[in-house]
Each structure stands twice: as structure tokens, then as C-alpha cells.
Design a protein. Structure first.
Length: 184
């Protein structure tokens, strides 16, 4: 019987020593499970926010597409095309006379919204050069060496610094009223 007591005592000590190990293993397994669960929910939250952002972007693009389609459909209406030609390009019918007020603030007392916003088409200057001569002048002026020119209106290698072919007497590049830069 003495032997049985020893065997029973060994069993008790082995049970007591395996208890804390089992507890720590269980805690580690639960901790790993919680880490996996939290990372899964985090990924879900990130994907959900990305999905909501894409839905918002899609709604904005659909609205933009609808606006563009409406603008395209407007051009099928002849009255809209006529109004746009009058507003944007300044077209008039053959029996009409176009009148452009140079200083609308003098007449109305406030600035014209087309002039202030510069969205409208500007009236061409009466004495301005054609676009291709303006471009050629710009190229010629850009090709001149700034170190070789002592002052702005000096003649370049071609003999002329202004688009009209003559240099201003005061040494400036600005054209005189007779050369196309007159007041409007």
C-alpha cells in the first residue's frame, strides 16, 4: 500500500505541473485567434471604406456623364446653336448690324461680366497684325540675343525690332496708334 500512495502522489504532482502549461498554451491560442479576428475585421473595414469611396466616385462620374450628354443634346437644337454663335463668336444675321460697346461700365455703371471674367470673345484690334505676322515677330524677338541688345527697341540682326518694320523713336517695343496698338 505504501507503493500506491507514492503512485498517487506522483499523479498529483504531475497534474499540478501540467496545469499551468496547459493554461499558458490555451492563452496563447486564444491570443492568436484574437489577433487573426482583429486583422480580419480591420481588412474588412478598409475594404468597406474603399468600396464606399468607389461608389461615391461612380455616382459623380454618372452625374458628369449625364451633364455631358445633356450638353451634346443641346447642340441638336437650332435655337441653341444660333444663340451660341451669337454669344461666343459674335455672329449676326445678314440684315442685322453688330454693335459692340467698348466701355459698358460707362453706360451701365458696373463691369460687364463677359469683360470681367474674360470668358467672352475679345473684339479684335482694328490695326492689329495678322496672327502669322505676330507669330513671326515673336519668333524673331525670341531668337535675338538679350546680351547683344542694349535696350528694348534696338534693331536686331534683321534690321527691325517691331512687327511693323520700324523701331519706335523712344526706344520701346510698343506699337504706336498708327502701327496697330491704338486705343479702342
Amino acid at each position: 500500500m505504501a507503493k500506491n500512495k507514492r503512485d498517487g502522489g506522483d499523479r498529483r504532482t504531475s497534474r499540478r505541473s501540467s496545469g499551468p502549461i496547459t493554461f499558458f498554451v490555451a492563452v496563447i491560442i486564444v491570443a492568436l485567434g484574437l489577433i487573426q479576428l482583429v486583422s480580419t475585421f480591420h481588412a474588412y473595414a478598409i475594404n468597406l471604406s474603399e468600396l464606399n469611396g468607389l461608389r461615391n466616385q461612380q455616382a459623380q462620374l454618372v452625374e458628369h456623364k449625364r451633364d455631358l450628354e445633356n450638353q451634346i443634346r443641346r447642340w441638336d437644337d437650332k435655337a441653341y446653336v444660333t444663340a451660341q454663335a451669337r454669344d461666343r463668336l459674335g455672329f449676326v444675321f445678314p440684315d442685322e448690324e453688330a454693335i459692340r460697346v467698348l466701355h459698358p461700365e460707362a453706360v451701365t455703371g458696373n463691369k460687364d461680366k463677359d469683360q470681367a471674367g474674360s470668358k467672352g470673345v475679345r473684339a479684335p484690334r482694328k490695326n492689329s497684325l495678322p496672327w502669322y505676322q505676330e507669330m513671326a515677330y515673336s519668333f524673331a524677338k525670341a531668337d535675338q540675343d538679350p546680351a547683344a541688345n542694349g535696350s528694348k527697341g534696338a534693331s536686331g540682326p534683321t534690321g527691325s525690332a517691331s512687327p511693323s518694320g520700324s523701331s519706335s523713336p523712344d526706344g520701346s517695343d510698343s506699337p504706336s496708334p498708327s502701327e496697330g496698338g491704338g486705343a479702342q
